[in-house]
Every structure is written in C-alpha cells, then in structure tokens.
Design a protein around this ligand. Sequence first.
Ligand code: COA
Ligand code: AMP
Length: 629
Amino acid sequence: MTYNDVYEGWKSDPEAFWMMAAEAIDWVKKPTKALDASKVPFYEWFSDGVVNTCYNAIDRHVENGRGDQVAIIYDSPITGAAGKTTYSELLVKVASFAGALQARGVEKGDRVIIYMPMVPEAMIAMLACSRIGAVHSVVFGGFAANELATRIEDCTPKAIIAASCGIEPGRVIAYKPLLDGAIELSEHKPEFTIVFQREQQVSDLIEGRDFDWNAVQQGVAPAPCVPVKGNDPVYILYTSGTTGQPKGVVRHAGGHLVALEWTMGNLYGIKPGEVFWAASDVGWVVGHSYICYGPLIHGATSIVFEGKPIGTPDAGTFWRMIEEHKISALFTAPTAFRAIKREDPKGEFVKKYDLSSLRTLFLAGERADSDTIIWAQDQLNVPVIDHWWQTETGFAIAANPVGIELMPVKLGSPTVAMPGYDVQILDEGGHEVAADTMGAIAIKLPLPPGTLPTLWNAQERFVSSYLTAFPGYYETGDAGYKDADGYLYIMARTDDVINVAGHRLSTGQMEEVLSSHPDVAECAVIGVADALKGQAPLGFLCLNAGTDKADEDVVKECVKLVREKIGPVAAFKLACVVDRLPKTRSGKILRGTMVNIADGKSYKMPATIDDPVILDEITAALSKMGFPH
Ligand code: COA
Ligand code: AMP
C-alpha cells in the first residue's frame, strides 16, 4: 500500500475507512457507524459505541500477555530519579488511584484538573480519570496561578490533583502556593485536592481539603473501568486563542482512541513493544496524545522525561536516552534541536552514544527550519519528519506517514494531508487557490475522529472561531500553500498566536495583561524572530500622560506582571516605551509591519497607514534594543 492508496481509500469511503480503523479498539459495545452528522456543524464520531480509554491503554494489554512489558520509563536527569513501570504495575497503580477518586465522590463526567510536572504520577492521574469516566484537564506547570484560576473557573472541577513542586534548572517551583492562589482567585472551589508530595519540596496540606497522594489510597478498593459513550469527553485541554480567555478543546473518547491507534502504526511506524519518546510535557497536546495515550493504546513503551535538551546535564542527554532506553522514534520540537545544535554544533556528544535503535525523528509544534532539519539528518542519519498539527486536532493534519511509506522529504514542508483531512488553501473569498499560492489553510468539514467536536462550555465560540470565516470548512488559523505534488507548507499564523519554544501563546492575552498596568495607556505585543525559540514576544508600551516613572522601571514592572499573570512560559522579556503605535486610519494597529521592521524584512508602506512617521519612531526604538539582529 502506498500513501496514495490509503488517502484515496479514505476519500472514496470515509465511513468504511474509520469503521475499519475502529476494529483496533476494544469496545464494550461496538459502534454501528462512524460519523454522526445529526447535529451539524457539530460532527461527532462513534457516538453509539461504548468504550473505556484506560481499558484500551492498560487492561487489554495485561489481558493479552503484555503485563511484564514496561509501559512507562521515568528518566529525570534534573533530579537523578529513574524508574520503570510495567503494564501490570501500572494497572494496579491506576486502579488504586482511580478507586481513591471514586471513594471521594468523583463520578463519570466530573472534571478533574491535573497540575503536575513530568512525573509518572501525572500519567497515572490522567489514566485514573479516564478509567472512571471523569474528564481531566491538565494544566502546564509553567503557567501562573491566574491561568490555573481561569481554567478552574471554566471547567469547574470537582477535584484538583497537583504535585508539591516542579523542578526547573536551578530552581524548585513550589506548585502548592500557586494552587492555593488559584483556588483563592477562582469563584468555583473544588471539593478537594490531592497532592503528590515530592522530596524536593513537601508542602503543607489544608486539613479537610487537601489529601496526600498515598494516604488517600489507603484502604480503598481498586476501581474497575467505567464504560462511556463514544462521544463522551475524555479530556479538556486549554489552548491560547486571540483573547485572555483560553479555549477549552474537548476530546471525545471514541474518536481519540481510534485516531491515536491509527497514527501509532501508520504515521509513526511503531510496533507494539517498541519504545516511543515524545520529549514534550503532559501539559501540551503532544504530551496527551504521544506521552500518555498513543503509545499505551498501541501497547508500546512511553517515556516520562523530566529534563531539558541541554543543561541536564549537557547536550548529550537526548542521545543518552536513546541509547539507554533503546528508543525507536523520538518526537520533539525543533527548538530542542536548535538548543542542542547551538551547544554542540559538531555533534561531539552524538558520537559518544550508540543510536542504532533510532529509526525516525519527528518534529512538530512550530515551523521546522531547514538548517535544523539538515543538521539533525546529518547527525542522526535517520529520516527527519516534520509534521503539522494543533491542539485542536489532537493528531497530525499533515505528515510523512513512515508506517505506510516514507515519501520523499521536501525541506520546509510537513509533507502531505493525512487521511481524514481534506486540506485546502483558500483566498479571502473562500475559493481554492492555485498550487504554490499562499492562502488561508482550511479543512473541509467534517474533521476526522479525534479532533475537537466543540469547545468546552463555548459552542458559539467554537463556531465563530473556527467555522465562520469559510462556511463548510474548519479554519486552522495557519496560512501557507500547497505545491503541485500536494505537499503543504505552513508559513504563518493568521491570528495573534505566536509560537515560543514550541509553546503556543497569545499576544492578545499578553496585551490584556500589559494594559492592566496602571501606567500603560496602550500597548501592542508582536512575535519577533528568535534564533533559539523560533519566536519571542516583544511589547511596545505607550504610557499615560503625566507618568513620572522612568521608562525602564515601567518595562521591568511589565515584564514581571506578565510572568506573574501568565507565567514564566510566556517568556516575555522584551519591551520598550514608545510615544505612539502605528495604526491604520480606522485604528487597527499595524503589528505585521512592526514584525517586519524588527526582523529586518522589507515591507510595503501600508496604504491605509494613518501617520507613516510613527514607523520611523518604531524603527528607532527597535534599533535601540538591537533589532533587527
Ligand atoms: N514549570 C515551570 N516553569 C517552566 C516550565 C514548567 N513546566 N517549563 C518551562 N518553564 C519556565 C522555564 O524555566 C523558563 O523560565 P525562565 O524565564 O526563568 O528561564 C520559561 O518557563 C520559558 O521556558 P521555555 O520557553 O520552555 O524555555 P526553557 O528555558 O525551558 O528552554 C529550550 C527550552 C530552549 C531548551 C527548548 O529547546 C525546549 O526544550 N523547549 C521546550 C520544547 C517543547 O517541549 N515543546 C512542546 C511542544 S512539542
Ligand atoms: P499547538 O496547538 O500548541 O500544537 O500549536 C499549533 C500551531 O503550531 C499550529 O497552528 C502552527 O501554527 C504551529 N505548528 C505546529 N506544527 C507545525 C509545523 N510542523 N510546521 C509549522 N507550524 C507548526
């Protein structure tokens, strides 16, 4: 079978394609059909099937003889800790923790927030929720209390599961004060929390509200798997949108299982029993799909890595991991490779390790630059596969499906649309454009199984954000083009989302925070090119008349404010004070033009600009900060 056979097979009969893929899942009750189009534009998949996600990720493998196989390898170069958990051991741990949740009243459909670093307990918590039909929402550890509070408010969890701390290079991050702060800030209060105490920082527990991870499991009966409908939610994952209010991407159980299982073999070329390492974080979609669920559903071994590509302890960590754990495929963000390449351009560390187990490197999360891909290819001597996806889709929209066939790699392209996705490049009027022409990237509805059916508590926002610009299509928010061979090229976002070290951030959200500073009258945040992180946020601040603070002091306070309100992950470190912002005559801030100036790119004077002189002022302010580099 070639990619073309498979893609055309899907296109000619999507229903049969997905029903066939669904055969790889163990259902309590098999679905009678794949697509449910009864509530258009809210498409759902496998709605009349009954299933349990955790059963497919753990129990069935134990029942089928994989009990002694390692399910999770924990490797934490940042703490020195390490460990392995077999499928049988994982079953005991997950069932026990799920029993504890049930004993404290968590039921099917209840939401549970998980706020934990990269420890196996984060996965145990996720799987325990899906075991009892509870809906988890994992919040990345690099977010501040305020962001956690927004999510508590939105998904109204019955419980929050947290660790006492996370560990970043050179510092221990106490999670408990952030958790307490978030609960304080939020109007909704969870009934209880469970805290996994780590030896690096043990936190105080509030009597009657906070329970210790181990103590709460004492004397409880292990929980069996609770069957859920194919269209019941398994999780909510918040992602950046255009405003300060994050979007709660909903994932339904049936489609999630079917899509992930299909990708593990066909896209990643992984066989059950092999070791798959997604070097990301459980707080991101990559962590949900390919640290927690995908590898386990497929009966592979997954890795929980608590460290960084460099500095824990050196730029050879990834290679040590591959050798030691016999990793077949590595999946990470290009920024990780840029960091390694910068520290070890000649690949001295690469030579020290036996990387013969590695068959493929997968990159995603941001545009993969050709330099990084070529360097990785040269060093590792394996295909380097860029693939494109979003939190919303949960798995790749475009990829090189090595499990079916390795297609010729074209630098700068994440290759071709995966089955399930009819990807089209549209002009402003919604008409498909010719090959090699830039346009908005849209996907013809319905989206495939495993993608978002809606946003949590925000049906209208789902429609207005994704389905309105191009009727009959899902608007990806990315712009790019397709070449004559159907290869896609993802060039830029069409909204104010930026991508910093593979993390998706909203400049609109940062602007909301900056505007709340008492001395800031107006502001704009743009994403400027950054050699390591891909993009970095940069703020322009216009101050209120009569402000007597020095500009540098306001800048410092603003940097601190974004860190406090959004979190360190925003990586907001650059800002300057300007008198005015460049705008169109109708008052729209010319952010795109400012990006071009900062990146040293040529630009056309916008015809609608109100006062062109302001661009000179922006150029001067940027030049003072060393831009363009
Ligand atoms: N908890 C608390 N803080 C966190 C955190 C977490 N889980 N993750 C990151 N942070 C902090 C970092 O310590 C850093 O703080 P600082 O400003 O005090 O230095 C800040 O958030 C920014 O983090 P990040 O942008 O991720 O950069 P980094 O300094 O951690 O380095 C690189 C990251 C450059 C090494 C990069 O190559 C990398 O590994 N990025 C992550 C790629 C990734 O996993 N992407 C996910 C999609 S696949
Ligand atoms: P996230 O939801 O965090 O996964 O971010 C999704 C966004 O990251 C996409 O909409 C793109 O803008 C960008 N992105 C992800 N993968 C790629 C890729 N392979 N090439 C270019 N951009 C990518």
